[in-house]
Design a protein around this ligand. Structure first.
Ligand code: ADP
Length: 173
């Protein structure tokens, strides 16, 4: 049975096969978790990212993890929140799905996600959390990999939000 864990941590410290980066579409680095990942991985990560030619919103790209404990970084581009009428929910859901598909294709057994889009991109955190939990649960229900998904929360608020969402039954609206 696959497991879903929740931790409060800096995602760059996690010893999992892959960490997910909430990147921007250039894939050339930025602030927030993106900046932290590039700082911890070192300059070779940026060099590999330069070869990728960017990434559209809602899609994902895989690179090495370089100096990170994680073997891979999966860069996904979350939507900027514009009020909810520009397909933000579907795009955020696609980020989780596409990241998990890439992970499974690379035989990743454990993967950690940050709360994509909820920082500089201003996606409402509660709404984002529900989408994240729903997409991960749906994916794991009929795939053997990854075996473990970690929701990496940066704040105590996010930690309790994810704990509550996971405690709720999957069929609750
Ligand atoms: P976005 O541009 O997608 O909104 P941000 O990096 O601004 O991305 O924020 C996404 C989430 O990542 C926020 O919840 C933020 O608190 C969190 N975050 C920032 N730094 C880290 C880190 N080192 N590890 C884990 N999560 C982080």
């Amino acid at each position: 049975m696959p497991t879903i864990d929740i931790v409060q941590a800096d995602i760059t410290t996690l010893a999992v096969d892959a960490i997910v980066n909430a990147a921007n579409s250039s894939l050339l680095g930025g602030g927030g978790v993106d900046g932290a990942i590039h700082r911890a991985a070192g300059p070779d990560l940026l060099a590999e990212c330069r070869t990728l030619g960017g990434c559209p919103t809602g899609e994902a790209r895989l690179t090495g993890g370089y100096r990170l404990p994680a073997r891979f970084v999966i860069h996904t581009v979350g939507p900027v929140w514009h009020g909810g009428n520009r397909g933000e929910d579907a795009l955020l859901a696609a980020c989780y799905r596409r990241s998990l598909e890439l992970a499974a294709a690379h035989r990743v057994t454990s993967i950690a996600f940050p709360a994509i889009s909820t920082g500089v991109y201003r996606f409402p955190p509660e709404r984002a959390c529900r989408i994240a939990v729903r997409e991960v649960r749906t994916f794991l229900a009929d795939r053997p990999l990854p075996e473990k998904v970690v929701f990496c929360c940066f704040s105590a608020e996010d930690l309790s939000r994810y704990e509550q969402a996971l405690a709720e039954s999957p069929d609750q609206p």
